[in-house]
Design a protein around this ligand. Structure first.
Ligand SMILES: [Zn+2]
Length: 187
């Protein structure tokens, strides 16, 4: 099987790959890319930062298989102390990208070739310019790796209690302890 490694190709702050060369090649051909994203928005509030990974694309009959692994970090807010912290993540996934347009003729590929699997699952599409965008799949998979309960870790100071006003009555036992400590330090 002929392998085309796509010498030195990088995805630098970009998730779109032009796959026209791969689509013109034989089934089974692959290309590999290094992925680097300084900042990658996940939704209105969350952004993945320092994303690095590897992408391998494999030409199938009427689609391209994308094998992706990626790691990076996302700033989350700890549910206990409410402080922002950096949550590392790592994800690996495989997604299919269906070919919509014949790369030689430019003709639309008939809808009857759409398989039942496409209807059952969400299958991504290669657009009419033969561009494959990994962005949406990457976004979904990163979000899946994030913890349901964001927690800054074992050093979490816990809930911030400084907002409990000083006007609150001080527990007598603590007041006594406080006096003892004062005397101790004074003596
Ligand atoms: Zn915390």
């Amino acid at each position: 099987m002929a392998l085309d490694h796509g010498h030195g190709l990088d995805l630098q702050n970009d998730t779109v790959v032009n796959v026209v060369g791969l689509l013109k090649g034989q089934v089974g051909n692959t290309r590999s890319y290094a992925l680097h994203l300084d900042a990658f928005p996940l939704d209105d509030e969350l952004t993945a930062e320092g994303v690095s990974g590897e992408v391998r694309l494999t030409r199938l009959q009427d689609r391209i298989l994308a094998d992706v692994n990626a790691r990076g970090r996302v700033e989350l807010e700890c549910v206990r102390c409410l402080r922002p912290y950096e949550q590392p993540f790592e994800t690996a996934f495989t997604e299919e990208y269906r070919q919509m347009v014949d790369v030689r003729t430019g003709a639309n590929i008939p809808a009857e070739l759409v398989t039942d699997k496409d209807v059952a699952d969400e299958v991504f599409e290669i657009d009419e310019n033969h561009e494959l965008d990994l962005g949406e799949a990457l976004r979904q998979w990163i979000v899946l790796t994030l913890p349901m309960r964001a927690d800054c870790g074992p050093d979490c100071p816990g809930p911030d209690v400084t907002e409990v006003g000083e006007s609150e009555p001080v527990d007598e036992r603590f007041a006594a302890l406080s006096r003892l400590l004062d005397e101790d330090s004074a003596g």
